[in-house]
Design a protein around this ligand. Sequence first.
Ligand SMILES: C[S@@+](CC[C@H](N)C(=O)[O-])C[C@H]1O[C@@H](n2cnc3c(N)ncnc32)[C@H](O)[C@@H]1O
Length: 257
Amino acid sequence: MDGAGENADTHPPSAPAPLWRNFYGRTSGKTLRPIQRRRLGADLGPLVPAGIDRATNPDRRPIDPRAIFATPRPLWLEIGFGGGEHMAHQAARHPEVGILGAEPFINGIAMLLRRIAEAGVANVAIHPGDVRDLFDVLPPASVGRVFLNYPDPWPKRRHHRRRFVTPEHLDPLARVMAAGAELRLATDIPDYMRQALDEVPPAGFALRAGPVAAPPWEGWITTRYEAKALREGRAPAYAAFVRTGAPVRTQAPPRAG
Ligand SMILES: C[S@@+](CC[C@H](N)C(=O)[O-])C[C@H]1O[C@@H](n2cnc3c(N)ncnc32)[C@H](O)[C@@H]1O
């Protein structure tokens, strides 16, 4: 299912949002070109939904997802869109949905803005920050599809708990996803897929397809990170999980390796 509905029984209120979050990734890279700075200055603002950041919503009140786009539409989410090629592609392929992307890396946001302008798509919204900010304020069961393309791999064992596929991220993600909504994962790190297969189902998902070496869904477009992985000899793997009707976990399980 790609739509979204409400189910108060399976979605207890989320835990209060922490005042501070650890974010280990990069938020900026190479110096931005003047055109990129201009795009960030002029084009980004209108695409940022109100009420997501703490400055405009310190009490973390739920937002109305129907107000994100000019006309109400099913909401999809891309987590860590990088250079935005996949997000712009999905927006062009699915003009009937609205795609909200979260990405704290400002150079990636500038790249997405260029792609949006080139593709002429009007169904994209951007949170220029941590996806967990969205989990604070999106209502339960409001998201109909989620893309997690090449999440940061954190290859060292002592950093595995920083990966997205941990209860800290998966439990609030499960809360905002509608029953039947799909979570699509691509990764080039076998141990990342191993951890996803271990940790995603207990958060309220069932494995629908994969892991396989080619996307088990229509409409994939390769991403910058995937191209880099292939150049460096790593093999992509893909899996799709479906959000079941299982209640959202309220207490995280004990930490494991
Ligand atoms: C390895 S890159 C992959 C980028 C892109 N999806 C691709 O396939 O080319 C992972 C991306 O996730 C972003 N990211 C990491 N943690 C995030 C978070 N908590 N919220 C949103 N994005 C995040 C990073 O900034 C980075 O751009």
